[in-house]
Design a protein. Structure first.
Lengths: 254, 254
DNA sequence: CGTGGCTTTGAATTACATCAAACCTTGTGG
DNA sequence: CCACAAGGTTTGATGTAATTCAAAGCCACG
């Protein structure tokens, strides 16, 4: 039952310094942003983008560095431009639950009551757009559709959280892994190779803490699915979905 | 691992008819609403309440009746005025996960993409305020603070969902039950008797499906906590928190 | 070419589930 | 008013999926 955790207790850094590099503001060119369509930014027309542009700055974050820490004041919100971010919570003895993985286009930093109840850490090399929360929220008066968009995003996240509760509470290890792989393939369909191969950008321990399992069970279950011919593991950090439809059926609990 | 379920498969009713009684519109008097302060309605000033009043109607829902069903279009949203509502999702073989219990003042019916991904069912006798979603959302243009408030509520729910993921993924049975009792006492502090006794309005099966356990484990764990003197069970549907601080410590994983 | 950090594999353990039966309640009909 | 279903709850015995403990691979990097 007790979960594993690579860092035994929450990392000592309050907020990332080392490894977090501010990029030239010139680099943040909202009008030219490749993933604008996937972010809340697309709520604004091209001619309104300047207002966003003026309050955004970009950062590069190294693997293992924190974007923010559980308990911090929610001063900033972020859009992931590239790379993978994980959100997690700890129990005092080091048990950890990862509540989500974020990919390009995802939004993070919203907090109930202005205090963040979870930490955000870069899994891979990550580039983010950072907004000072107050400045962004001030734009809501000017562009209510921005707030509507944010409500829509939060609603989607809530639905995903409910799916994850079903997974954590009621699915078997095999069903959990199958669900995870199917969702990963859906989220990363940009990076999906023609042969249905997806990168698995996070270590086994992170997958375990996301699915409420141990590293060993994740490893064994992946191995089992591979032996059964549902997937192939061309490398530790890559999966090929050989029979995605069967995998989907397993994921849904049939 | 396989969860229990009182109704083997989702109930046959599409939406509640029998057992759902429309109350006179006159009964819905927003200005006199006792729980307005706990709902999104409090975002409006007294002199603006008329606009809400004009689009609301009240219903009484009998235990076991559905407010809406997974897969329904999200036509209505609701405020719970009294009673307890549960939200849940099924797996095809009948395993069920309850994603939340709602009490007086709670809001429900928000859906990603306009399709509800969960069912809502009355646990006890329930009274709700119903809003046609389109009408309510139309008010957002007129009263942006209404939408802000809804965003705040959704953000709170998301934070609660993340707590529940931590519970489901990483807590032991005892910690789950302790967390549940502490949260219940917090939510129902209105009904909290001087001796720290709280009603336990839902059957054991519902508690099990909320915590990712079986009925038997819920029953045994409650029994164990009672034997240890942390709680007392003056009746099947009531709990007394004898040592709430110790219970809290257990809940938090110490 | 070691050395430290993942990952995999194996064996033993356990927390919780499953199966089974007895035990209330509460409502109903004789 | 009592017998007695019916549905939920508790308790007991047994089973098992997943964890825990342990150790051996496997890279990747200095």
């Amino acid at each position: 039952m007790r979960g594993s955790s690579s860092n035994p207790v929450a990392a000592p850094l309050k907020t990332a310094r080392r490894g977090t590099v501010k990029l030239g503001a010139a680099l943040a060119r909202c009008a030219a942003c490749e993933i604008r369509g996937q972010t809340f930014c697309s709520a604004l027309h091209d001619d309104e983008l300047g207002r966003l542009q003026s309050i955004v700055s970009q950062f590069r974050v190294a693997p293992g560095q924190l974007l923010f820490h559980e308990g911090d004041e929610a001063g900033n919100v972020f859009n992931v431009l590239s790379g993978v971010v994980k959100l997690y919570k700890f129990l005092p003895d080091g048990r950890r639950q990862i509540t989500g993985f974020l990919f390009a286009g995802d939004f993070l930093g919203v907090a109930a009551g202005g205090i963040l109840s979870y930490s955000a850490e870069a899994v891979s090399d990550v580039v983010v757009c950072r907004f000072v929360r107050r400045q962004l929220y001030r734009l809501f008066d000017e562009f209510p559709k921005l707030e509507s968009r944010l409500l829509g995003i939060t609603t989607d996240e809530l639905a995903a959280a409910q799916d994850q509760m079903l997974l954590l509470g009621r699915k078997t290890a095999t069903e959990k892994i199958a669900s995870f792989l199917i969702n990963l393939a859906r989220r990363m369909k940009i990076e999906l190779e023609p042969n249905n191969t997806v990168p698995l950008p996070m270590p086994r321990g992170d997958i375990a803490d996301y699915l409420g399992l141990t590293v060993e069970t994740v490893s064994r279950t992946l191995g089992k699915l591979a032996r059964e011919g549902l997937i192939a593991l061309p490398g530790v950090y890559r999966v090929t979905l050989l029979r995605p439809d069967d995998l989907q059926e397993i994921a849904e609990g049939f």
